[in-house]
Design a binder for this molecule. Structure first.
Ligand code: GTP
Ligand code: MG
Length: 170
């Protein structure tokens, strides 16, 4: 009756929304102002402790650039959880996040756990996607919604922790 504590998850979203930065913050507690765009995708493993169990997340960080779009199904195949990320200062990235959610629902794993994530909340003064707008969309579509800053670290551990809990059925 050993519970499965090993999950593949995927990060999806437009280029430069901060997917790689969120992974860098989670795994190394670092931030860089000038990360290179991701090519294809890359995988890191991070353990998260929940109620004295170690949950192992195999995190696939994908490339947001359009030219890599056709590869993305390879990365979300088998993923039990997904973070769909947009940049709160870029309205187009929010529209793109919605597309990713519909694509995952259609072609991804059945019952995969999806969290909508608005990143770059340290740039709140420049925000164009209001949190109420995103929250409304999330509620309507039965998704969890979080806001993060990979730069300050705000909300980052919490969002991965929340996803891990959802994967455990909590
Ligand atoms: P692709 O790999 O091309 O899909 O992009 P990405 O989503 O991985 O974006 P990346 O993490 O490379 O970040 C893009 C730029 O945004 C970088 O210059 C980061 O420094 C910056 N950035 C990422 N997260 C934040 C954040 O929370 N706040 C601020 N101010 N800048 C951020
Ligand atoms: Mg990247």
């Amino acid at each position: 009756d050993q519970t499965n504590l090993d999950f593949k998850i995927v990060l999806l979203g437009d280029s430069s929304v901060g997917k790689s930065s969120l992974v860098l913050r989670l795994c190394k507690n670092k931030f860089s102002e000038n990360l290179e765009p991701t090519i294809g995708g890359s995988c890191v493993i991070q353990n998260i402790e929940i109620d004295e169990s170690e949950v192992k997340l195999k995190i696939w960080d994908t490339a947001g650039q359009e030219r890599f779009h056709s590869l993305t199904p390879l990365y979300y195949r088998g993923a039990k959880g997904a973070l769909i990320i947009y940049d709160i200062t870029n309205f187009g990235s929010f529209e793109r996040a919605k597309d990713w959610i519909f694509e995952l629902r259609e072609n991804g794993e059945q019952d995969s756990k999806i969290i909508l994530v608005g990143n770059k909340i340290d740039l709140e003064a420049k925000a164009v996607v209001k949190d109420v707008t995103a929250q409304k969309f999330a509620d309507k579509n039965g998704l969890s919604f979080f806001e993060t800053s990979a730069k300050t670290g705000e909300g980052v551990n919490q969002v991965f922790f929340a996803l891990a809990q959802m994967l455990l059925g909590k």
